[in-house]
Design a protein around this ligand. Structure first.
Ligand code: 57M
Length: 358
């Protein structure tokens, strides 16, 4: 919005030409998101405390978590507001990719919101039924994937990190892959969101990685030089990733141990789905598995635990997702979280190295 107004003035004031640059608008987007987040979150924490928007008591949790039932949740609301407003201000709103990601944030945020609301109402931690939530996610992801495939100039080839010449064209099957990526990413961020700062840290590193990849994918010369897929228009996603980064940093300020606010399903489901959609749009589907390795590990730990428990009545981990295993082993919450962040940073660096190592 502001972008088109301010850039439109460059014929009169040459300095306004600077708004043409994605890098400059990304900087403005990060700063605006930080500003909104720092302005809004303390107010939201106060209000949510007053309205008792709390996670509720759970009995099946490691001891320390019972003390957390007083922490307000649904902080994802502020993350959504402080991601979407800067994007609307600084991105080119004629760009379809921007609207696809905003729609993803809103629809998955809507599912998460319903779930959080029901948990609040029931006061027993029970939200939407697992299968209903999963079906809703699949339906929304399918609609988004169909639009990406048929409503944009989309390339159904897959890019494999480290292999520049192997790009299999999946054709119509790409739709299935993209539904899997979006729903998988949404749920794995949700599973990870169980300790203070644990989910938002890796969300930030994935977001930072995708900010760089969006810029490169949208730039014909850089994409050609680095031999990654050139996606015309994907550069604008850099601005959205910047907004998400600023909103996430702002949220982390309050979600850092001891958390004053949790993101709730409204935050985890929407952020996870948005990262999945961005991975699809910038053609870095498989790279998401590397840079989001923490989310993958958390999900695999649950799959292994459930299969082993159902099959052999034996637990592989003391408790799944894996962060609970380390808690029960006696690691402090801060140590687990910081170590998972360190792994995320290393994974982001490995993801960036794929730009050259191919
Ligand atoms: C939600 N979130 C929290 C908060 C947050 C299939 C199964 C593995 C699913 C899994 C599950 O339900 N995961 C998703 C995990 C909850 O946080 C709220 O939920 C939102 C995210 N959806 O934003 O609003 C609690 O997590 C803690 N928390 C923090 N800091 C944060 O910044 O400390 C959250 C955010 C909060 C707070 O205590 O109340 C949650 O409920 O855990 N289920 C499980 O994870 C369960 N695992 C389990 O049953 N494992 C079994 C196997 C067979 C699957 C096993 O290993 O035997 C665990 N759930 C809980 N505790 N609560 C078990 C231990």
């Amino acid at each position: 919005m502001l972008y088109s107004i301010l850039y439109g003035l460059h014929d009169w004031v040459f300095a306004f030409n600077v708004f043409r640059y994605i890098t400059f608008r990304t900087f403005l987007s990060i700063m605006t998101a930080l500003f909104i987040s720092f302005l809004l979150t303390p107010y939201v924490i106060k209000k949510f405390n007053h309205w008792r928007v709390k996670s509720g008591k759970r009995e099946d949790v490691p001891e320390r978590h019972r003390l957390k039932s007083e922490t307000p949740t649904m902080g994802g609301f502020v993350i959504l507001v402080s991601t979407i407003i800067p994007t609307l201000l600084w991105a080119d709103l004629n760009n379809k990719y921007i609207w696809i990601v905003i729609l993803t944030l809103l629809t998955f945020g809507g599912i998460g919101f319903l779930d959080d609301l029901l948990k609040l109402k029931n006061k027993n931690g029970k939200g939407i039924r697992g299968t209903t939530k999963f079906l809703l996610q699949i339906l929304v992801a399918l609609a988004i994937s169909l639009y990406i495939n048929f409503g944009t100039d989309f390339n159904t080839s897959l890019s494999l990190p480290f292999f520049k010449t192997i790009t299999p064209d999946l054709g119509i099957f790409y739709i299935l892959l993209s539904v899997f990526i979006i729903v998988g990413s949404s749920n794995s961020v949700n599973l990870t969101d169980g300790l203070d700062g644990l989910a938002i840290g890796p969300v930030l590193t994935v977001c930072g990685t995708f900010m760089i990849f969006s810029y490169l994918a949208g730039h014909a010369k850089f994409a050609n030089y680095l031999q990654i897929f050139h996606v015309k228009g994907a550069g604008e996603l850099t601005i959205l990733c910047g907004a998400m980064l600023g909103a996430g940093i702002g949220f982390l300020w309050y979600n850092a141990y001891p958390a004053e606010l949790f993101m709730g399903d409204i935050g985890s489901l929407s952020l996870g789905a948005a990262l999945g959609v961005i991975a699809v749009l910038i053609k870095q589907e498989i790279l998401l598995l590397i840079t989001g390795g923490i989310f993958v590990a958390e999900t695999i730990s649950v799959i292994i635990q459930v299969i082993s428990y159902k099959w052999k009545r034996r637990r592989v981990f003391m408790m799944a997702p894996i962060h609970h295993h380390f808690e029960l082993k006696g690691w402090s919450e801060e140590k687990i979280v910081v170590r998972f962040w360190i792994i995320s940073i290393i994974l982001a660096l490995i993801a960036l190295s794929t730009l050259k190592l191919r």
